[in-house]
Write a protein that binds this ligand. Structure first.
Ligand code: PXL
Length: 278
Protein backbone atom coordinates (compact mmCIF):
# COMPACT_ATOMS: atom_id res chain seq x y z
CA UNK A 1 0.00 0.00 0.00
CA UNK A 2 1.34 3.44 -0.89
CA UNK A 3 1.86 5.79 2.07
CA UNK A 4 0.21 9.20 1.93
CA UNK A 5 2.61 12.00 0.93
CA UNK A 6 3.71 14.08 3.91
CA UNK A 7 4.29 17.82 3.50
CA UNK A 8 8.02 18.66 3.64
CA UNK A 9 8.99 20.34 6.91
CA UNK A 10 9.84 24.02 6.62
CA UNK A 11 13.19 25.49 7.69
CA UNK A 12 13.53 29.27 7.88
CA UNK A 13 17.13 29.97 6.83
CA UNK A 14 18.47 33.34 8.00
CA UNK A 15 21.87 33.75 6.30
CA UNK A 16 23.53 35.91 3.64
CA UNK A 17 23.24 35.06 -0.05
CA UNK A 18 26.71 35.09 -1.60
CA UNK A 19 26.60 34.68 -5.38
CA UNK A 20 29.95 32.87 -5.65
CA UNK A 21 32.23 31.02 -3.29
CA UNK A 22 29.91 28.19 -2.20
CA UNK A 23 28.84 29.34 1.24
CA UNK A 24 25.72 30.28 3.21
CA UNK A 25 22.38 30.10 1.34
CA UNK A 26 24.05 28.97 -1.89
CA UNK A 27 24.90 25.65 -0.22
CA UNK A 28 22.18 25.50 2.46
CA UNK A 29 19.24 25.67 0.03
CA UNK A 30 20.27 22.80 -2.28
CA UNK A 31 21.27 20.62 0.67
CA UNK A 32 17.97 21.04 2.52
CA UNK A 33 15.94 20.58 -0.67
CA UNK A 34 17.59 17.28 -1.64
CA UNK A 35 17.10 16.12 1.96
CA UNK A 36 13.37 16.46 1.39
CA UNK A 37 12.80 19.63 3.41
CA UNK A 38 11.45 23.01 2.30
CA UNK A 39 14.00 25.77 2.92
CA UNK A 40 12.46 29.24 3.17
CA UNK A 41 15.22 31.76 2.63
CA UNK A 42 15.64 35.02 4.45
CA UNK A 43 18.72 36.55 2.81
CA UNK A 44 20.06 39.05 5.34
CA UNK A 45 22.51 40.48 2.87
CA UNK A 46 23.34 40.03 -0.82
CA UNK A 47 27.03 39.68 -1.55
CA UNK A 48 28.85 38.93 -4.80
CA UNK A 49 31.16 36.55 -2.88
CA UNK A 50 31.99 35.60 0.70
CA UNK A 51 34.43 37.81 2.60
CA UNK A 52 37.23 35.21 2.74
CA UNK A 53 39.87 36.33 0.27
CA UNK A 54 38.06 37.17 -2.99
CA UNK A 55 38.45 40.94 -2.65
CA UNK A 56 35.83 43.49 -1.66
CA UNK A 57 32.41 41.97 -2.50
CA UNK A 58 29.48 43.98 -3.92
CA UNK A 59 27.04 44.26 -1.02
CA UNK A 60 23.34 45.01 -0.57
CA UNK A 61 21.86 45.01 2.94
CA UNK A 62 18.39 43.46 2.83
CA UNK A 63 17.41 43.79 6.51
CA UNK A 64 14.42 46.04 5.71
CA UNK A 65 13.17 43.47 3.17
CA UNK A 66 13.69 40.68 5.75
CA UNK A 67 11.58 42.49 8.36
CA UNK A 68 8.70 42.81 5.88
CA UNK A 69 9.12 39.19 4.75
CA UNK A 70 8.87 37.93 8.36
CA UNK A 71 5.67 39.93 8.87
CA UNK A 72 4.31 38.52 5.60
CA UNK A 73 5.02 34.89 6.58
CA UNK A 74 3.39 35.46 9.95
CA UNK A 75 0.32 37.05 8.33
CA UNK A 76 0.09 34.01 6.03
CA UNK A 77 -0.04 31.78 9.12
CA UNK A 78 3.08 29.86 8.05
CA UNK A 79 4.55 27.55 10.72
CA UNK A 80 8.25 26.73 10.68
CA UNK A 81 9.60 23.46 12.08
CA UNK A 82 13.05 24.96 12.37
CA UNK A 83 14.76 28.35 12.33
CA UNK A 84 18.40 28.14 11.28
CA UNK A 85 20.54 31.29 11.44
CA UNK A 86 24.12 32.00 10.37
CA UNK A 87 26.16 34.89 8.97
CA UNK A 88 24.76 38.32 9.83
CA UNK A 89 25.69 41.58 8.13
CA UNK A 90 26.08 43.49 11.41
CA UNK A 91 24.92 43.56 15.04
CA UNK A 92 21.50 45.05 14.25
CA UNK A 93 20.70 42.07 11.97
CA UNK A 94 20.57 39.85 15.08
CA UNK A 95 17.18 41.57 15.57
CA UNK A 96 15.85 39.61 12.56
CA UNK A 97 16.66 36.29 14.22
CA UNK A 98 15.16 37.53 17.54
CA UNK A 99 12.01 38.55 15.65
CA UNK A 100 11.76 35.10 14.04
CA UNK A 101 12.24 33.42 17.46
CA UNK A 102 9.44 35.62 18.87
CA UNK A 103 7.08 34.86 15.96
CA UNK A 104 7.66 31.06 16.00
CA UNK A 105 8.58 30.13 19.59
CA UNK A 106 7.88 26.42 19.03
CA UNK A 107 10.37 26.02 16.16
CA UNK A 108 13.61 24.15 16.74
CA UNK A 109 16.21 26.96 16.88
CA UNK A 110 19.65 26.29 15.42
CA UNK A 111 22.18 29.12 15.66
CA UNK A 112 25.45 28.87 13.79
CA UNK A 113 27.40 31.74 15.40
CA UNK A 114 29.33 32.63 12.21
CA UNK A 115 32.00 34.97 13.57
CA UNK A 116 35.42 33.70 12.51
CA UNK A 117 37.79 30.87 11.66
CA UNK A 118 41.45 29.92 11.90
CA UNK A 119 41.78 31.81 15.19
CA UNK A 120 40.62 35.14 13.73
CA UNK A 121 37.28 36.95 13.58
CA UNK A 122 35.91 37.54 10.06
CA UNK A 123 36.20 41.04 8.54
CA UNK A 124 33.64 43.38 10.11
CA UNK A 125 32.96 41.31 13.24
CA UNK A 126 32.64 43.75 16.17
CA UNK A 127 32.39 43.18 19.94
CA UNK A 128 28.75 44.31 19.66
CA UNK A 129 28.02 41.62 17.04
CA UNK A 130 29.67 38.99 19.24
CA UNK A 131 27.48 40.07 22.18
CA UNK A 132 24.30 39.93 20.08
CA UNK A 133 25.20 36.50 18.69
CA UNK A 134 25.88 35.31 22.26
CA UNK A 135 22.33 36.44 23.06
CA UNK A 136 20.99 34.38 20.12
CA UNK A 137 22.90 31.34 21.39
CA UNK A 138 21.15 31.74 24.77
CA UNK A 139 17.78 31.41 23.02
CA UNK A 140 18.78 28.55 20.71
CA UNK A 141 18.11 24.81 21.05
CA UNK A 142 21.42 23.98 19.33
CA UNK A 143 24.58 25.97 18.55
CA UNK A 144 27.33 25.01 16.08
CA UNK A 145 30.49 27.09 16.70
CA UNK A 146 33.91 26.18 15.36
CA UNK A 147 36.84 26.52 17.80
CA UNK A 148 37.45 30.20 16.90
CA UNK A 149 33.79 31.02 17.46
CA UNK A 150 33.75 29.03 20.70
CA UNK A 151 36.63 31.22 21.91
CA UNK A 152 34.84 34.44 20.90
CA UNK A 153 31.61 33.31 22.59
CA UNK A 154 33.30 32.13 25.80
CA UNK A 155 35.65 35.14 25.87
CA UNK A 156 38.80 33.06 26.13
CA UNK A 157 41.52 31.55 23.96
CA UNK A 158 40.46 28.19 22.53
CA UNK A 159 43.19 26.32 20.60
CA UNK A 160 42.01 24.28 17.59
CA UNK A 161 44.46 21.56 18.66
CA UNK A 162 42.72 19.09 20.95
CA UNK A 163 44.88 16.47 22.68
CA UNK A 164 42.13 13.95 23.49
CA UNK A 165 38.39 13.26 23.79
CA UNK A 166 38.34 14.67 27.34
CA UNK A 167 39.56 18.08 26.15
CA UNK A 168 37.07 18.05 23.25
CA UNK A 169 34.18 17.22 25.56
CA UNK A 170 35.28 19.83 28.13
CA UNK A 171 35.05 22.52 25.45
CA UNK A 172 31.60 21.32 24.34
CA UNK A 173 30.55 21.19 28.03
CA UNK A 174 31.66 24.82 28.51
CA UNK A 175 29.39 25.88 25.63
CA UNK A 176 26.34 24.43 27.42
CA UNK A 177 26.57 27.47 29.73
CA UNK A 178 25.11 29.29 26.68
CA UNK A 179 22.78 26.71 25.14
CA UNK A 180 21.32 23.33 26.20
CA UNK A 181 22.96 21.54 23.25
CA UNK A 182 26.23 22.50 21.55
CA UNK A 183 28.49 20.99 18.91
CA UNK A 184 31.97 22.44 18.53
CA UNK A 185 33.53 21.79 15.11
CA UNK A 186 36.98 22.05 13.55
CA UNK A 187 38.86 20.30 16.36
CA UNK A 188 42.31 19.18 15.26
CA UNK A 189 42.93 15.79 16.88
CA UNK A 190 46.28 14.49 15.65
CA UNK A 191 45.71 13.27 12.06
CA UNK A 192 41.95 13.74 12.44
CA UNK A 193 39.51 16.62 12.31
CA UNK A 194 36.70 16.24 14.77
CA UNK A 195 33.66 17.66 16.47
CA UNK A 196 32.31 17.24 19.99
CA UNK A 197 28.77 17.53 21.30
CA UNK A 198 27.50 18.19 24.79
CA UNK A 199 24.10 18.65 26.40
CA UNK A 200 21.36 16.07 25.92
CA UNK A 201 23.78 14.10 23.70
CA UNK A 202 27.49 13.95 24.48
CA UNK A 203 29.82 12.57 21.78
CA UNK A 204 33.11 12.98 19.93
CA UNK A 205 33.44 12.26 16.19
CA UNK A 206 36.52 12.34 14.01
CA UNK A 207 37.33 12.00 10.30
CA UNK A 208 40.74 11.75 8.66
CA UNK A 209 42.05 15.29 8.13
CA UNK A 210 42.52 15.99 4.42
CA UNK A 211 44.72 18.97 5.16
CA UNK A 212 43.06 21.71 3.12
CA UNK A 213 40.44 24.09 4.48
CA UNK A 214 37.73 25.80 2.46
CA UNK A 215 35.18 28.55 3.06
CA UNK A 216 31.58 27.37 3.36
CA UNK A 217 32.27 23.94 4.84
CA UNK A 218 30.75 25.10 8.14
CA UNK A 219 27.55 25.98 6.27
CA UNK A 220 27.54 22.62 4.50
CA UNK A 221 28.01 20.90 7.86
CA UNK A 222 25.31 23.01 9.56
CA UNK A 223 22.75 22.45 6.80
CA UNK A 224 23.18 18.66 6.95
CA UNK A 225 22.97 18.65 10.77
CA UNK A 226 19.79 20.77 10.58
CA UNK A 227 18.25 18.65 7.82
CA UNK A 228 19.08 15.33 9.42
CA UNK A 229 17.86 16.46 12.85
CA UNK A 230 14.57 17.83 11.48
CA UNK A 231 14.08 14.53 9.63
CA UNK A 232 14.05 12.87 13.07
CA UNK A 233 17.59 11.56 13.48
CA UNK A 234 19.59 11.63 16.72
CA UNK A 235 21.99 14.57 16.93
CA UNK A 236 25.09 12.35 16.96
CA UNK A 237 23.86 10.61 13.78
CA UNK A 238 23.16 14.00 12.18
CA UNK A 239 26.65 15.24 13.11
CA UNK A 240 28.23 12.06 11.75
CA UNK A 241 26.38 12.34 8.42
CA UNK A 242 27.45 16.00 8.14
CA UNK A 243 31.11 15.33 8.98
CA UNK A 244 31.21 12.43 6.52
CA UNK A 245 29.73 14.50 3.68
CA UNK A 246 32.06 17.46 4.28
CA UNK A 247 35.12 15.16 4.39
CA UNK A 248 34.03 13.56 1.12
CA UNK A 249 33.35 16.92 -0.54
CA UNK A 250 36.88 18.08 0.39
CA UNK A 251 38.36 14.83 -0.97
CA UNK A 252 36.41 15.23 -4.22
CA UNK A 253 37.73 18.77 -4.82
CA UNK A 254 40.88 18.53 -6.95
CA UNK A 255 43.99 19.67 -5.10
CA UNK A 256 44.75 21.93 -8.08
CA UNK A 257 41.56 23.94 -7.38
CA UNK A 258 41.68 27.27 -5.58
CA UNK A 259 40.23 26.76 -2.11
CA UNK A 260 38.62 30.23 -2.15
CA UNK A 261 35.82 28.96 -4.45
CA UNK A 262 34.69 26.29 -2.02
CA UNK A 263 34.23 22.54 -2.21
CA UNK A 264 32.76 20.66 -5.19
CA UNK A 265 29.73 19.42 -3.28
CA UNK A 266 27.26 19.51 -6.19
CA UNK A 267 27.99 16.05 -7.69
CA UNK A 268 27.61 14.54 -4.19
CA UNK A 269 24.13 15.94 -3.50
CA UNK A 270 22.32 12.71 -4.55
CA UNK A 271 23.90 11.02 -1.49
CA UNK A 272 21.72 13.19 0.73
CA UNK A 273 18.43 12.05 -0.81
CA UNK A 274 16.56 10.04 1.83
CA UNK A 275 15.86 6.38 1.17
CA UNK A 276 12.31 5.92 -0.22
CA UNK A 277 9.63 4.89 2.29
CA UNK A 278 7.31 2.10 1.08
O1 PXL B 1 30.87 30.32 5.59
C1 PXL B 1 30.81 31.38 6.44
C2 PXL B 1 30.54 32.67 5.72
C3 PXL B 1 29.25 32.99 5.35
N1 PXL B 1 28.97 34.12 4.72
C4 PXL B 1 29.93 35.00 4.40
C5 PXL B 1 31.24 34.75 4.74
C6 PXL B 1 31.56 33.57 5.42
C7 PXL B 1 32.94 33.27 5.75
O2 PXL B 1 33.87 33.92 5.37
O3 PXL B 1 32.18 35.63 4.41
C8 PXL B 1 29.57 36.25 3.67
Amino acid sequence: MLTKPVAPKKVLCIHDLSGMGRCSLAVILPVLSVMGLQPVMLPTLLLSTHTGGLGQPARLDSAAYCREALEHYRALGVEFDCIYSGYLGGAEQAGLVEQAFDFWPDAHKIVDPVLGDDGRPYAGVTPELIERVRGLCRRASLILPNTTEAGLLLGKDVPAECPDDEAALALADALTSLCPQAIVTGLTMGPYIGCAGSGRERFVLRKLHVGRSFPGTGDLYGAIVAGSLIRGNALSAAADAAAEFVALAIQQTPSTEETRFGVWFEPLLPRLVPAPEY
